[in-house]
Design a protein around this ligand. Structure first.
Ligand code: 5GP
Ligand code: MN
Length: 346
């Protein structure tokens, strides 16, 4: 084993809050120190935390004089184009011409979450796994999984600090983006004291909250608004008021002039209903499958429902993709939602 990396330092970072798993952080930091050429990967349909943590890692590696490539599983949605370096994600095979021996996976609950990037990963490559999904099986040669963290960006913040990288405005913008979006604008139950301590420090770098919140959370294209109008037309709530569902067909996406990514945020409307505990959004895909997004408020573990359909996620936000007709998938998932609500009563 190499020498232990000191976690406390005099580089000007305020050493509060402390990381919850210093040994796991140390293992991650040692791997990063020891190797100079990295592939960064994150999950399909990348969200603010996936994008923020991937580009934050890119900034950290660049600051350490290391080389990096980021192969994204899909295009970076336009609302995240303000994220520094975001033009440097590769979603096109032609732009990456080699395989990597060292890989950093951020925000990926399992290795299937970066299926596309596999073609750029050498057999037996070393994978460093940084994530906050409690279902993560701790794959990789070094794994730091902290389900208490609101966002993977919270963990990358600690990685950057332990590596004594300067907190530039660019790095802070990436980290702030992930924490802001994964806490639903500091509103979800995962919003902690640590979250506010970290974001307070990020603001010291010159980050302006509204410059990030406006594109990342508030702004919608006119096409997205048209889709919202259509989708709200089919919003339904159960007779007991405990769950609500909303769906989006390929026809609706076409009619509104939207892409698949434009459903982001729609599921929130199901959970907004005061009586609702579980909300679900169903989106038809082009290949006869249905992407399901699940949210809950206080007591139902929606990750269990998603896992019943080979998906996953967090207790209050989870998802899965299910083969079949929209109506069949809705029926099957609703059955599981009703069961989960019934079980929660006992
Ligand atoms: P969303 O509904 O916004 O797509 O996803 C909510 C949460 O569930 C995110 O943490 C996301 O990573 C996770 N999630 C969504 N779909 C899947 C899936 O198919 N498999 C797994 N393992 N997690 C998912
Ligand atoms: Mn996340």
């Amino acid at each position: 084993m190499s020498e232990q990396v000191p976690l406390l330092d005099d580089s000007g970072w305020d050493w509060e809050p402390a990381p919850r798993h210093p040994d796991a952080l140390r293992a991650v930091v040692e791997r990063i120190r020891e190797n100079d050429d990295w592939l960064i990967v994150t999950h399909e349909r990348p969200d603010g935390d996936a994008i923020g943590s991937a580009f934050a890692m890119a900034h950290v590696l660049a600051a350490l004089g290391k080389t990096w490539r980021f192969v994204a599983e899909g295009p970076i949605p336009e609302r995240f184009h303000f994220v520094p370096l975001s033009e440097k994600a590769y979603v096109d095979v032609d732009h990456v011409d080699r395989k990597f021996k060292h890989v950093i996976a951020v925000d990926c609950a399992d290795m299937a979450r970066f299926a596309y990037a596999q073609k750029f990963i050498e057999d037996g490559a070393d994978i460093v796994n940084i994530d906050h999904h409690y279902t993560n099986p701790m794959y990789g040669v070094a794994a730091w999984v902290d389900a208490e963290a609101a966002a993977t960006c919270e963990l990358v913040y600690h990685v950057a600090r332990a590596l004594q990288v300067s907190l530039t405005k660019e790095l802070a913008t990436c980290l702030y983006t992930g924490i802001l979006t994964d806490t639903g604008g500091f509103a979800q139950p995962n919003t902690t004291r640590e979250v506010h301590q970290i974001t307070a420090e990020l603001l010291a770098s010159g980050v302006q909250p509204y410059d990030i919140a406006e594109p990342a959370l508030e702004s919608r294209t006119w096409a997205q608004m048209r889709l919202l109008q259509m989708a709200l037309n089919n919003l339904t709530v159960s007779s007991d008021g405990k769950y609500a569902i909303i769906y989006v067909t390929q026809g609706m996406l076409e009619g509104a002039g939207c892409t698949d990514d434009d459903t982001e945020g729609l599921v929130g409307f199901t959970r907004s209903i005061d009586t609702v505990e579980v909300g679900a959004l169903f989106r038809e895909t082009r290949d006869h499958r249905v992407k399901v997004s699940l949210r809950s408020k206080r007591y139902v573990d929606v990750s269990k429902i998603a896992q019943a359909f080979d998906g996953g996620g967090h207790t209050r936000a989870a998802g899965c993709t299910v083969s079949g007709d929209l109506t069949d998938v809705i029926d099957a998932v609703v059955e599981q939602i009703e069961r989960a609500l019934e079980e929660a009563k006992r």
